[in-house]
Design a protein around this ligand. Structure first.
Ligand code: ADP
Length: 981
């Protein structure tokens, strides 16, 4: 009898034996086998194993499905029954002739492997469910809910395994791979005593739950919106530009998830990931987003516990603490089994993440002098923090640290796993942020339009903190009061006005001309607190300190100070400024408006590296100042004092004369302004003195120190042409190098404002910054004084280039441009063509590593055919192909200037080589031709050799990495010594 018939005739008996024991185990075992043998597909299994139906219905359904599948399926089914049932139950049943061959091919995916091995796995995993779940949980494949679902007490261990396998199948290939890996590691399957350790106890899970909810609560709102409460982080968070700092010069853009991921790892042994960015670039907000997403299990799913720390808050911790105390006291108290939770942390460093926000605000500069590795020994906080960052303490735990770049010295850099740079918003990010901020689309449009109409302001908005202010103060902005903001001082005066207006008793929109004078008392009190705080690296203030500075509840209610509620060290209320830049602004207000300042305040600000702690700040903020750390503290303070100095310059600008008129006697103000001008001039002189004498035959060149850009920014804030002019009068260089200086649009505005007064044209080298299209536009006012402009790796697109070239065409001195590694396409080549046609003194055009195709090359060729000055043309790493090479070669044939041509890595084949051979045969000037990494074959090279026979100017033709065998290369290089393979 066929298997088909056996199933029909024995249906009742089969039903009875499978369901007889009252448990689902025989059915499940049969199903395991049928899945493994591919008799059933997953959908069959799901339709059969419906939990809500009685067992006998499930078995009937199985019999039907198998019957429908035909003879082979039926015989395999009988074989499965025979394998599963004990001998005594098999009596009286007929299993037929035996089963068909079961497929022997090894499955090629992890999911299929799990199905094929299912019967064995059920037995294997029975004693290991906890371990498997643990791995799936920590790798983020399973959530706690998934684990709970598997481990419901109503299920037998085998059923739990099957549920686990079903869930893994549901989760997909990654989960399946993870489980297989785990199984490999746990071979042989004897119970492993270590497994006990790997299990996550209920108490640890409880602690995780508590930590998650506390982190979520802390990160739900942005502090700058704290007062209004109308925006949650979800509503307003806008992705910033995150880039990898790997020193290669190439830019890698990262997503939020990559901050902690493996991309960009430079040192596998180090655990500290550094996130750098200027003040207000959004570092804290990014970290906050990371925290929130972790708390919601939406990101960092491999991280079981995340401990967030704020360095500014750690400053206030004066006790000696052990690591254990630090975690439980500063982050989240463990109500139960503290020892067990801590032991879990020690045992599972790879499942833990620490974040430290604002290392630049930590009172003490990083040092690795004192070693400490005991997690339970009490030590001062700096020792604890620095040893964590070094990895001496808690090796293996990843730490994400944020800081302004200036505060990170070489001693810390040694311990970095990788460095990520946050560059603020992209132009699209700005629009996106404005749209999120203004729910009314018409209002958002108006704000965006007004920004686009004022590129200086648009440039400022790349910094999220300025973007926040500008958007917040849109009424003042769109109301067109006075003049449009041009400087950061203007922007902060706007926010000052906005906050006072909010609390004003007068009708909306009316704030008297003397608004500052009206609020002078509040401004001075806040200013004094701010300045003393900055000088002592103190950013959190107690109610007592506020009181001592005379600040009343009404002053606080203005909204510049916010209540900092997660300072769990002490019970009393603490406050901080809305943002560090606002603290700097108030400090600057105090420096400018306080009549009793002595002269040293300004010189201290403008020479922060030579600064000494004033007696007053020591006295007033004694609690913040640890006498032992005072000497090293200036490292952290310098960036803040520099921002303050910038605001002081801005406030003392003639532009704000009227505003300050009644707040400060003119004589005092003028005296201060003079002092600032003198300090700036001195600072510049110091720079110029550092310029080395030029080596014979080389250009006189200045490599700017970081503080050069700061001095330029201060001069810009003063908005006084004569100061800019004086500053540049003594700068006598031919080349100004400002590479890797964090130059964005804001810095470009300031640079152009000052450099336009240079006496003689310079080469301006701005490689590896974040100039972007908006920055390029800001540079235009100084383009006439640049004979060369180097903008390699600066995120510039066709739009920016179009504007640059329109202006460049009219600048007599402008002769060279380098744009390697930007975002240029064929849309910009027509503008280069116009430039080449118009400017018959243009010398060098380097467009390597962009996206120019044959079309772009053809357009470029059109301009080149009219040009008789270009000496250097670089197109390395584009995609011009044969057609592009032909067009360029034809256009350049008549050039009497071309010396150097690079078409490396451009997909040029032999057809292109023939055209280039023509060029070689005719050129009287070409010296070097780069053709490496193309697809030129023997015939192409032979034509180049023919061309070279007629040429005496060419010295080198580079042909490495083309379509030639080593033998051909050897043979051809013998024919022509100028070829290099
Ligand atoms: P940093 O830590 O670099 O000084 P913050 O993160 O404190 O900068 O940002 C300052 C302010 O800028 C924030 O309070 C917020 O208003 C705004 N901001 C920063 N980053 C973002 C972002 N990604 N999305 C929305 N707003 C942001």
């Amino acid at each position: 009898m066929s298997a088909h018939q056996l199933i029909i005739t024995q249906r009742a008996e089969l039903l009875a034996v499978i369901c007889g024991g009252g448990t689902a185990e025989p059915l499940d075992c049969v199903l395991d086998l049928l899945l493994a043998w591919e008799v059933l597909v997953w959908e069959d299994y799901l339709s059969i194993r419906l939990a809500e139906k009685p067992l006998c219905s499930n078995v009937r359904q199985l019999l039907d499905v198998v019957y429908d599948k035909g003879e082979d399926a039926c015989s395999l089914f009988l074989a499965a029954i025979s394998q599963v049932l004990p001998e005594e139950q098999k009596a009286g049943l007929c299993f037929g002739k035996g089963c068909a061959e079961v497929g022997k091919n090894r499955p090629d995916t992890a999911t299929l492997t799990l199905l094929a091995d299912r019967p064995v796995l059920v037995t294997k995993l029975r004693d290991n469910i906890d371990g498997a779940l643990n791995v799936l949980l920590t790798t983020g494949c399973f959530t706690i809910k998934d684990c709970d679902g598997v481990q419901l007490p109503v299920y037998t261990p085998s059923q739990q395994v099957r549920r686990l396998l079903d869930q893994v199948k549901f989760k997909g290939e990654t989960a399946a791979k993870t489980l297989l890996q785990y199984l490999e590691q746990t071979e042989p399957t004897r119970p492993n005593p270590e497994d006990k350790k790997n299990q996550i106890s209920a108490d640890c899970l409880l602690y995780q739950k508590k930590l998650r909810s506390s982190v979520a609560a802390q990160s739900l709102f942005l502090s700058t919106y704290g007062g209004t409460g109308s925006f949650s982080l979800d509503d307003i968070y806008t992705d910033g530009l995150l880039e990898l700092m790997d020193g290669s010069g190439e830019t890698t853009t990262l997503g939020l998830e990559d901050v902690v991921g493996p991309i960009g790892t430079l040192n596998e042994d180090a655990d500290t990931i550094l996130l750098t960015g200027e003040a207000g670039s959004g570092k804290s907000t990014l970290l906050q987003r990371l925290h929130l997403l972790w708390a919601r299990e939406a990101l960092l799913t491999n991280t079981f516990l995340l401990f967030p720390f704020s360095c500014r808050k750690l400053n206030a911790e004066h006790r000696e603490l052990s690591l254990k105390e630090l975690l439980f006291l500063h982050c989240c108290w463990s109500d139960r089994s503290q020892d067990e939770v801590f032991q879990f942390i020690l045992d599972h460093p790879h499942m833990i993440l620490f974040t430290f926000d604002g290392l630049d605000e930590f009172k003490q500069g990083f040092t690795d002098e004192e070693r400490h590795c005991c997690p339970t020994k009490q030590v001062p906080i700096p020792v604890l923090l620095f040893n964590l960052l070094q990895g001496t303490l808690m090796k293996g735990i990843l730490k994400v640290v944020t800081s302004r770049p200036q505060a990170v010295g070489p001693s810390l850099k040694r311990y970095l796993r990788k460095e990520v740079h946050l560059k603020g918003f992209s132009p699209r990010g700005i629009s996106c942020f404005v749209k999120k901020h203004h729910i009314d689309p018409a209002m958002a449009r108006r704000v965006i339009d007004s920004l686009q109409g004022n590129t200086v302001l648009l440039g400022l908005c790349h910094m999220p903190v300025f973007c926040w202010i500008v958007t917040k103060c849109h009424q003042e902005l769109l109301g067109g009061q006075d003049s449009i903001p041009q400087t950061i001082t203007d922007v902060y005066l706007l926010v000052l006005q906005h906050f006072f207006q909010r609390k004003s008793s007068q009708p909306q929109g009316v704030l008297g001309k003397a608004w500052l004078e009206e609020h002078l008392d509040t401004v001075l009190k806040l200013g004094q607190l701010a300045l003393e705080g900055l000088e002592a690296s103190c950013y959190v203030f107690s109610g007592y300190e506020l009181q001592r500075n005379g600040l009343t509840d009404q002053d606080v209610s203005m909204g510049f100070l916010i209540y900092c509620n997660d300072l769990s060290v002490t019970d009393c209320k603490h406050y901080e400024f809305l943002h560090i830049t606002l603290q700097c602004f108030f400090a600057a207000m105090f420096v400018v408006l306080n009549r009793n300042n002595n002269r040293s305040v300004i010189s201290r600000l403008f020479q922060p590296q030579y600064r000494q702690m004033s007696g007053r700040s020591q006295r007033c903020l004694g609690h913040c100042i640890d006498p032992l750390v005072e000497v090293k503290s200036h490292v952290a303070e310098t960036p803040n004092l520099q921002i303050t100095a910038q605001f002081v310059s801005g406030l003392l600008s003639q532009r704000h004369h009227n505003l300050l008129l009644d707040c400060c006697p003119t004589a005092v103000r003028e005296r201060k302004a003079k002092q600032v001008v003198k300090s700036l001039s001195k600072g510049m002189q110091r720079h110029f003195k550092s310029i080395p004498r030029p080596v014979e035959g080389e250009k006189k060149s200045m490599h700017a120190m970081p503080s050069f850009v700061w001095l330029i920014k201060c001069i810009y804030e003063m908005q006084d042409n004569s100061i800019a002019q004086d500053a540049m009068a003594k700068l006598d260089v031919e080349h100004l190098k400002l590479t890797y200086c964090n130059i964005g649009p804001v810095e470009c505005t300031a640079l152009a404002y000052v450099l336009k007064y240079l006496r003689n044209p310079v080469g301006l080298q701005l490689d590896n910054n974040s100039v972007g299209d908006v920055g390029v536009e800001q540079l235009l006012p100084c383009l006439h004084i640049c004979h060369s402009l180097y903008l390699r790796n600066n995120n510039i697109s066709d739009e920016g280039i179009q504007k640059l070239l329109e202006k460049g065409m009219k600048c007599e001195s402008f002769q060279k441009i380098a744009l390697f590694n930007n975002k240029l396409t064929d849309a910009c080549t027509q503008h280069f063509a116009s430039l080449l046609k118009t400017k018959q003194n243009f010398l060098s055009l380097r467009l390597g590593n962009n996206n120019i195709t044959s079309l772009g090359a053809e357009q470029l060729a059109e301009g080149l055919s009219y040009n008789q000055s270009l000496q250097y043309l670089g197109l390395w790493g584009n995609k011009i192909g044969d057609r592009g090479a032909e067009a360029l070669a034809t256009a350049l044939k008549n050039s009497t200037a071309l010396i150097w041509l690079s078409l490396v890595d451009n997909g040029v084949g032999s057809a292109g080589a023939y055209a280039l051979a023509e060029l070689i045969s005719q050129s009287k000037t070409l010296e070097v031709l780069w053709l490496n990494k193309n697809c030129i074959s023997r015939a192409g090279v032979e034509s180049l050799i023919e061309g070279l026979k007629m040429n005496s100017s060419v010295k080198e033709v580079w042909l490495r990495g083309n379509n030639l065998s080593p033998e051909e290369e050897e043979e051809l290089s013998k024919q022509e010594s100028r070829l290099t393979f």
